[in-house]
Design a protein around this ligand. Sequence first.
Ligand SMILES: [Zn+2]
Length: 470
Amino acid sequence: MLRRLSSTSIKNIPKNSFARRGIITKSIRLKCAQVHAASPHFASTPRWASTAAALKISESTETIPRSTLPSSRIDDRKVVIGFENGEWARFHHMWLRDHCRCPQCFHSVTKQRLVNTFEIPRDIKPMKVESKPEGLEVIWPSSQPHVSIYPWSWLRHNSYDPQLPNQQSLSSEKILWGSKICETPPTVAYEDVTASDDRGLYKWISNVDKFGFSFVSGVPATTEATEELVERIGFIRKTQYGEFWDFTADLSRGDTAYTNIALGAHTDNTYFTDPCGLQVFHLLSHTEGSGGETLLVDGFYAASLLKELHPEAYEVLSKVGVPAHAAGEMGNIYTPTPQGAYPVLSHANGELTQVRWNNDDRSVMNRLPPADLEAWYDAIRLWNKFLTSSDSEYWVQLSPGTVVVVDNHRVLHGRSAFTGKRRMCGAYVGVDEYRSKLNVLKEKFEPDQVSLDTTPYGSSDGRSVWNPLL
Ligand SMILES: [Zn+2]
């Protein structure tokens, strides 16, 4: 879900998607509440009920009129579910047996599969299925005796035959921005980010998820406070530049970042197989000189303009691998694995997921068919035009006390040349650490509907075995 902010509408930053989800949330909760109200056993059965207990629960809910439950029947190779709203979905018998989440089949604490998939007969078929208030009950044949229960909301969420519309998306909305973001840049106060309840931390990381960057204001201008702040998100990713950086323009590392020259908008680590997920910067001091403004550009915004106005160039940037290297030190020569080259724009399920762009770190373009070479140069010329337009560039003079964290898979950064002594500190955080923390905080502050619906009988240690991420 991408939403582009036109340069003039930044003041009307749409409310996040919470409100939109609220509509869905409300109706499902209502259904859930009805079930719970009629089922006092749920309240006193906080853990996954054993098969026997689960059966007992369903006996006690006979008061619920049948018509309010989805229908279920066994087909040749699939179980067919007819949901209350008229939608239907089919689930293969093998799939159902393999995804049983009872304590024998799925470890409720480690959240790992226990069932031996390969001992399930290829032609397994349920003996009986029954629609129960808490979900679809499947009784497996006596040769493989077992009773499974699959909550309705979980089945609907995971439906694949067909995929049902309006499934609650687990990826959040992105707000694409141009230079006018300078009027209201996403910012969180240090005291909130460091508060023990994690709410400010969630706000900070959500900002990064939505805008691709966020400031933290009021941070003590020390390396210690900055490092602690980074570690609120996750552990620091160590690279050839070290772990936590504290650097000046002394060329202590073989990279132009360690000079005072201007750097055009780029992402870091184009020469890595997995470029770092986040970068954190903090200008600790700048004396005896001037310049060194920070540049941020929303790569997703620039890409959306390119796609709209020059789709053929967008296509080229999505397909052509661009080799890259980091070789400024005798101790290492980094190039990405395995193919040595990734495209500028990467996609998953048709959605833009990653921008990789650093023209300075580009290696020799020697794999392009000759007929495509000029089209490729034309494409990057257009790309560069959008990245460097005044509509895209957000320039900001950082000052001690303001930390900026940037999503390196989306937002490009750079700086203007400077004079004098400038001391910066910062760090990288891996993309998986950042996404994991975001998932954890979402689970805490904005739990998904499937987990909410199944809380009374699906959780152990606070995390539901029906969590849609599992
Ligand atoms: Zn089982």
